[in-house]
Design a protein around this ligand. Structure first.
Ligand SMILES: [Zn+2]
Length: 254
């Protein structure tokens, strides 16, 4: 019923109770989780997880904040050949901390966009303080769409992604009353453009108590209920639309 389009269920934060977290997600109706890899060594952990837990589907890729060895792109290619993922990801650009390795980030991002184009795979895009730069590369290297994960740009940038065949990932960030700009976007953007994600264990929704800030995929229906309230529709409408959007952009079977 629900698709969490961005979950790091393989993360160390779940080492002690991963099966219980997975079971809670299933009980909440989250039948599919997209698990994006972040580095060369992480691909093995994501593969193990996806073998073990039904409905967990991998994306292979190199996240911009990690440092990658020169042969990492070849490793992503080998992994795609070995196990066709739902997407190349998560990939992108991150200028949040004024990243000193930006040239390397850009090279790794471009090389992975070229892989996505070659294998005709959508991408799961990570972008912080770099939306226009990401868009510049996406206009140049045409991939079959993807998801702008944890979208937090402007309405114009949202439209630019939509024009490139992207869906916009919404999760815990818009659940905070302070996030007025993001809440306005969550309310106004066409429902056909939205997909839901938790980014577990990160981006906890507003209602998680301060001493329990680990997010988990079972929160997805609650995030959807908040989106439904904002948009003045029922949760079933959000479920049907966002699941159909995720299936379409990731070409999942229904
Ligand atoms: Zn992520």
């Amino acid at each position: 019923m629900w698709i969490d389009t961005h979950s790091h269920l393989d993360a160390a934060e779940f080492a002690l109770d991963r099966a219980a977290v997975y079971a809670r997600a299933r009980a909440a109706g989250v039948t599919t989780q997209i698990i994006p890899a972040v580095s060369h060594p992480n691909m093995a952990a994501v593969a193990d997880l996806c073998r073990q837990f039904p409905g967990c589907l991998p994306a292979w890729g190199l996240h911009p904040i990690y440092t990658h060895l020169p042969d990492a792109i070849a490793a992503v290619r080998a992994q795609i050949e070995n196990w066709r993922p739902v997407a190349v990801g998560e990939i992108g650009l991150d200028l949040f901390a004024g990243h000193p390795d930006f040239t390397a980030q850009e090279q790794v991002f471009v090389a992975q966009l070229e892989l996505a184009r070659e294998y005709q795979l959508p991408v799961i895009l990570h972008s912080r303080r770099a939306v226009d730069l990401c868009l510049k590369h996406l206009r140049r290297i045409s991939v079959p769409g993807g998801i702008a994960h944890a979208f937090s740009g402007s309405a114009q940038q949202a439209q630019a992604f939509i024009d490139l065949g992207f869906k916009l990932g919404f999760g815990g960030a818009f659940t905070y009353p302070r996030a007025t700009r993001l809440r306005q976007l969550a309310k106004d953007l066409p429902l056909a453009a939205l997909v839901l994600e938790t980014d577990s264990p990160d981006i906890p929704p507003a209602w998680l108590p301060l001493d329990q800030r680990r997010n988990e995929p079972g929160e997805l229906p609650h995030i959807a209920a908040e989106l439904a309230r904002l948009r003045g529709v029922d949760t079933a409408t959000i479920a049907a639309a966002t699941s159909a959007n995720a299936r379409a952009v990731l070409r999942l079977e229904s």
